[in-house]
Ligand binder design. Sequence first.
Ligand code: HEM
Length: 137
Amino acid sequence: MTGGGTKPQLDSSLYKRLGGAPTLRLFTTALVSRVFSDPLLQPFFYGTNPVPLIDQLEKFLCVLTGGPGSWRGPSPQGVVAGFAVTPEHFDRLMFLVTAVADEMDLGATGALPELKDCLLALEPYLVNSSYRPTLPS
Ligand code: HEM
C-alpha cells in the first residue's frame, strides 16, 4: 500500500528533531525572559538569577527530550514543592511556551506537539497538591 502521509521520524530523538543545542538554548533563553516579565509568574522568581536558571533549564530540557548528558540538578517538583503553583500558573507557562515556539517557528519542525506533551506530563508534579481536583469519596 502506498500512503501519501509523512511518517514521524521515530528513529531520531525529539532533541534532534527540534534542532538540537542551538534551538534549546534560544528557546530556554526566550522562555525565561518571558517568564521574568510575566505579571503572574514573575513573583515566583524574585531573587532568582536568570543566567544560571537558563543554564539549568536548558540542561533539563536537553535530557527530557532525549539529548546528551544526564540531569544532576534538583527535581523541578522539589524546587516548587513549597510554592502555591496553581493550574492557572502552569497554563500561563504553557501559553508562554507556545508564544516562544511560534516566534521561533518551531511548528515547522513537526516536533512541537511532542515537546508540549513532555512538558504537560509534568503538570501533576508541579501544581501544588492542594489545587488538584479531588475525586468525590
Ligand atoms: C514543565 C514545567 C517546568 C519545568 C520543566 C521546570 C524546570 C525547572 C528547572 C530545571 C529548574 C532549575 C532547578 C535547579 O537547577 O535549581 C527550575 C527552577 C524553578 N522553577 Fe521550574 N519548571 C517548570 C515549571 C515551573 C512552574 C509552573 C513554576 C512556578 C509557577 C516554576 C518555578 C520555578 C522556580 C521558582 C525555580 C527556582 C528558581 C531559583 O533557583 O531561584 N517552575 N524549574
